[in-house]
Write a protein that binds this ligand. Structure first.
Ligand code: NAP
Length: 244
């Protein structure tokens, strides 16, 4: 295992949710951390008064933004990309535009961002992507998002082969995690959703951002782990099938 002391860690999606938890934990463990996403003000409020944490705005879906981000990045040991956006809807209703936007934000964005960061990743470093349980355990009205998470996992396997032994490439697959991702859902409906999903899991609850962050930090730190998709899902993969 390697420690984070003296390492430079770039967290794309570090302004909220699981990414923020990873950034804060890596900083506590001695890393210098660069947090990125589109909303600079949100990032500044996270980094404020945290010595060793800096802000580098990025829209992963925008080529010019990726180029400017990579120019200012400097050498890094670890790149972690939790940033994404997701849309749901029945196959028959979900329009092409939101589906393509979701692929841009959760697949092509991370793909192109990792490519832009490649020359800046130090030997022995790592890339960590995020997929989600839908890749292997489908949910109703989530076929598009499921396909995208599957693509992220396939990319992980392929890149681990191609970029090794210089770099390791892994992926975290979270189940439902209480995070800013659900901030737009009204509180009562959100709690109902957490209770319903949590109740269907062997763990009897949904996860916390620190639990998902711990999986990402483990993948970054373990120097013999590559090409691995790590589930952190409360047992989602073995839960009972839902009824229609
Ligand atoms: N939470 C869950 O239940 C769950 C379940 C399964 C999988 N996952 C996956 O786990 C990962 C982390 O989820 P989370 O809950 O931490 O999500 P989150 O809190 O919503 O964070 C996502 C981040 O992505 C950033 N972002 C979105 N589009 C971007 C873009 N084009 N360029 C740069 N940044 C962008 C957003 O910040 P800005 O608005 O500032 O850009 C936001 O900070 C995601 O890949 C998600 O799909 C989560």
């Amino acid at each position: 295992m390697s420690s984070f002391k003296g390492k430079r860690v770039a967290v794309v999606g570090g302004g909220s949710g699981i990414g923020r938890a990873v950034a804060e934990s890596a900083l506590k463990q001695g890393a210098e951390v660069i947090i990125s996403s589109r909303n600079a003000a949100k990032l500044e409020s996270v980094a404020e008064s945290r010595t060793g944490m800096t802000v580098l705005p990025l829209d992963m879906t925008d080529e010019a933004s990726r180029a400017a981000w990579a120019d200012r990045l400097g050498p890094i040991d670890h790149l972690m990309i939790s940033a994404s956006s997701a849309a749901h809807g029945p196959f028959s209703d979900l329009e092409e535009d939101p589906l393509r936007a979701m692929f841009d934000a959760k697949f092509f964005g991370p793909y192109m961002t990792a490519k832009a960061a490649l020359p800046h990743l130090c030997d022995g470093g790592s890339i960590t992507f995020f997929s989600g349980v839908l890749s292997r355990r489908p949910g109703m009205n989530c076929s598009g998002l499921g396909a995208i998470t599957g693509a992220v996992e396939s990319l992980t396997y392929g890149l681990a082969l191609e970029l090794g032994p210089r770099l390791r490439v892994n992926c975290v697959s979270p189940g439902m995690i209480r995070s800013d991702a659900y901030a737009a859902v009204p509180e009562a409906a959100r709690e109902e959703m957490y209770a319903a999903t949590g109740g269907s899991l062997p763990m009897g609850r949904v996860g916390a951002v620190d639990e998902a962050a711990g999986a990402a930090l483990f993948l970054m730190a373990n120097s013999f782990r590559t090409g691995h998709v790590l589930d952190v899902d409360g047992g989602h993969m073995i839960r009972q099938y839902a009824t229609r």
